[in-house]
Design a protein around this ligand. Structure first.
Ligand SMILES: [Zn+2]
Length: 389
């Protein structure tokens, strides 16, 4: 699902160009909350816009909770500039989208105190844009800590693999304490309708749940989501799809799943559109797992492609499918630019794989950029492929 690149009604700030393509567009969508560390108010909104441009640290969005001013420096589907990298992971470019908000306020004095989202139409527009990008209404690293905080909530695995709302204080590789303990029942506001309807008035939830190692519910992504959608359509519960099904779990999936749950006799919170184990088994015949839904990569094929000492395409392009899976995994880890994921195990891929090996603690000739069983299996465990000989 794709949301708007520019939010209707937002003021354009700067020249509209701040970043570039995301490094890992197959990781979940997320947004990041900052505070500008200045007071709220229209005057501060304008001066902070100039400051962020001159300092070259623009987020995509600038918001003032006092005047409900909403500004945008760059398109939502491109990277912002307000985060530091975490080693080789470019945090500004993590995920399908990584929409950063600078909010006029101070981390030590949470700006949500006294803030009424329902009286702030521009704020609701910005929230709707996050939802339109599939960013779930959850805080994967928890409620941001009160400033200054002890920063035990900057987990890399959470950052890479969970979609939702993050505080700058929760992003690995960063040392800032903003936005402070803002009220997460207002950011995003609970109970507000999703763009295009669905959401709460359909009685479906936007919570997620993990079953057998796979994530289901609003914002979940993958072939297993598509498989559920196809099974729902086949069983006669596809009425709410206008596109798809899959690979992103939207409100339409929840509504169709709710209809299916009702057909089983469930009601109330048991028919909220979020799969449970019993209903899922009845729908699919068996529970999918990460293992069964994984593609496989042949280690010997990848090694052969990497070691072939002749120019592409006769050499490097042998075993292209296996190499491509490895390269896509390196892209998702933030180690390889997407433009080099081409099925050819060239020097860029060698360099990226060497960085992966170093991340695992290898050094010297053990980090030579050529896959071994252990390093490739660890990459597959994180990025969803299995390794065969
Ligand atoms: Zn910040």
């Amino acid at each position: 699902m794709a949301g708007p690149t520019w939010i209707s009604g937002a003021e354009r700030l700067g020249d509209g160009s701040i970043g570039g393509a995301m490094d890992s567009p197959n990781l979940p969508p997320r947004c990041v909350q900052h505070t500008v560390e200045a007071p709220a108010g229209r005057g501060w909104f304008l001066s902070m816009a100039s400051y962020l441009i001159s300092a070259g640290v623009e987020p995509q969005i600038l918001y003032d909770p006092d005047s409900d001013s909403l500004g945008q420096f760059g398109p939502l589907n491109q990277s912002g500039r307000a985060l530091r990298n975490a080693g080789s992971v470019r945090t500004n470019r993590t995920g399908k989208v990584c929409v950063q908000w600078e909010v006029c306020g101070r981390a030590a004095k949470p700006w949500t105190a006294g803030f009424d989202p329902s009286a702030k139409p521009n704020f609701l527009r910005a929230v709707a844009a996050m939802r339109a990008w599939g960013i779930p209404d959850v805080w994967p690293a928890g409620v941001p800590q009160a400033y200054p905080g002890d920063h035990d909530d900057r987990d890399m695995d959470t950052w890479l693999h969970r979609g939702g709302w993050f505080g700058h204080s929760q992003v690995p590789g960063n040392d800032h304490g903003d936005p402070g303990r803002i009220d997460t029942s207002k950011v995003p506001p609970a109970g507000t309708a999703a763009p295009g309807g669905g959401g709460s008035d359909g009685g479906v939830t936007r919570e997620q749940d993990s079953i057998n190692g796979l994530l289901y519910g609003y914002g979940a992504h993958g072939d297993h989501v598509t498989a559920v959608g196809r099974a729902l359509v086949a069983a006669g519960f596809g009425a709410h799809y206008t596109s798809g099904p899959g690979p992103d779990w939207t409100d339409a999936d929840s509504l169709n799943y709710r209809d299916y749950q009702r057909s089983l006799g469930y009601s109330g919170s048991d028919a909220d559109g979020l799969p449970g184990e019993a209903s899922l088994i009845r729908l699919l015949g068996a529970l999918p797992s990460r293992e069964t839904s994984r593609p496989s990569v042949s280690l010997s094929n990848v090694v052969a492609a990497a070691r072939v000492d002749v120019p592409a395409p006769t050499g490097h392009l042998t075993h292209k499918a296996d190499v491509l899976l490895v390269e896509r995994a390196l892209v998702a880890e933030g180690l390889l630019s997407a433009s080099y994921a081409d099925g050819s195990y060239g020097t860029r891929t060698v360099t990226a794989y060497a960085a992966w090996q170093r991340r695992l603690g290898y050094s010297g000739s053990d980090a030579d950029g050529y896959p071994g069983q252990t390093s490739l299996s660890k990459l597959g465990d994180r990025q969803g492929f299995k390794v065969t000989s």
